[in-house]
Design a protein around this ligand. Structure first.
Ligand code: GMT
Length: 375
């Protein structure tokens, strides 16, 4: 099929999922057109099956806010007509579902019908979308999508609770391409980060409030009092500066390495022993899944869709949001004994394999076919 994928091109989970999905679809022979304002970070070389169309938003001084939705819907109309796109798949409802619906309507005026699938990712529902300023438009565009999918059962339930949704919401979990991890890194450079006797704890996120970055530091503070360890913090965002100050205050600055955004998280996860994800809310927790496929055990909060990914006592442990004592105690339980740690790491890998793209891609293809045949 000829599919247009609309997503955020940034390091966030929704953009990563959309990009990896597009790449996998292209490998299966579909023609995939990414439509967004920058080339997605995980998108490597374009080829005859993968195209990228940049949405330009010209600056005009009259506008306090530049009209991205307008530019996106226009670009979608042009792309559909130029390449004979058969289906729109928009990731993250705001404003993509809204812009996609407008494009659909414009195309219909010209006798062209393109079904639209909207995939809900999390904050588009639980954080941003439910704000009264956005809620009517988000409800409208979800209801106007031909098919709606959510990345976890928990997100589906939240969507139905928060919005007045008249559509079926199908759950298609996020995924991982396990064949990329079938070989161990031969150049996994653990020694660059830590001494032989130190454990490596990692956190990767966009450093927003919802990630509870100060809990990451608090948990690590407790860990390093018991076990020699380093903390690697990967990502950029508004909470980063506060986290650096917190490390200074706690006197652990030399044990915490801030790396900024990375395109090579697997090269960091390959030498990590434990991943921390104490988020306040999390629809799925793709970062945890990426850790798990790299054989990294996970300590997380038990919120949102995380319990569908991190399995209590198997791939790691879960605790109530903010319970840093419990998180630290469980982290120490895993890290203090080589055998226990190895068992959790192996378990984490086994759980992650259930989310292999080979199991998930056909679910999207089924949905595409259903939408296409509903024309
Ligand atoms: O983690 C974020 O805040 C970024 C956000 C996004 O939209 O990129 O992530 C959301 O979508 C991911 C992919 O489906 C999920 O794995 C994350 O759990 C979800 N984040 C939240 O719900 C906070």
């Amino acid at each position: 099929m000829k599919i247009a994928i609309v997503c955020y091109p940034t390091f966030g989970g929704s953009g990563v999922v959309a990009t990896e999905l597009g790449i996998a679809l292209a490998e299966r022979g579909h023609e995939v057109h990414f439509v967004t304002y920058r080339q997605p970070v995980r998108l490597g070389l374009l080829n005859s099956n993968i195209h990228f169309h940049e949405v330009h938003v010209p600056e005009y001084p009259l506008f306090h806010y530049q009209p991205y939705e307008l530019a996106l819907s226009s670009k979608l109309v042009d792309t559909v007509k130029l390449y004979g796109i058969e289906l729109l798949h928009v990731h993250y409802a705001i404003p993509h579902a809204y812009a996609g619906y407008m494009a659909k309507k414009m195309l219909l005026e010209e006798g062209i019908y393109v079904p639209m699938i909207t995939t809900l990712h999390g904050t588009d529902i639980t954080l941003v979308g439910k704000h009264p300023f956005y809620k009517p438009a988000v409800t409208f565009s979800i209801n106007k999508s031909d098919i709606v999918t959510a990345v976890s059962e928990n997100l589906k339930q939240s969507t139905l609770k928060i919005f007045d949704i008249q559509k079926e919401v199908e759950v298609i979990p996020n995924f991982i391409d396990s064949k990329k991890y079938s070989q161990e890194y031969t150049d996994c450079q653990r020694s660059l980060m830590a001494n032989e006797d130190e454990r490596i704890v990692t956190h990767i996120s966009n450093f927003r409030k919802v990630k509870r970055i100060s809990d990451v530091i608090d948990v690590f503070y407790r860990i390093q009092k018991e076990i020699p360890a380093k903390l690697i913090m990967v990502g950029e965002g508004p909470e980063k500066e506060g986290a650096e100050l917190q490390c200074d205050k706690l006197g652990i600055a030399e044990k915490v390495i801030f790396l900024g955004n990375s395109n090579e998280i697997d090269r960091i996860l390959c030498f990590s022993d434990l991943f921390l994800l104490p988020s306040k809310s999390e629809s799925f927790g793709l970062a945890a899944l990426e850790a798990m496929i790299n054989k990294v055990a996970v300590i997380s909060s038990n919120t949102g869709g995380i319990p569908e990914v991190n399995i209590q006592g198997v791939s790691g442990f879960l605790a109530d949001v903010g319970d840093v004592n419990e998180m630290a105690a469980k982290a120490i339980h895993i890290l203090k004994d080589d055998n226990v740690m190895e068992k959790f790491k192996e378990n984490a890998h086994q759980v992650a394999l259930k989310f292999d793209i080979l199991n998930i891609l056909p679910l999207y293809e089924e949905v595409y076919e259903k939408a296409y045949n509903s024309r």
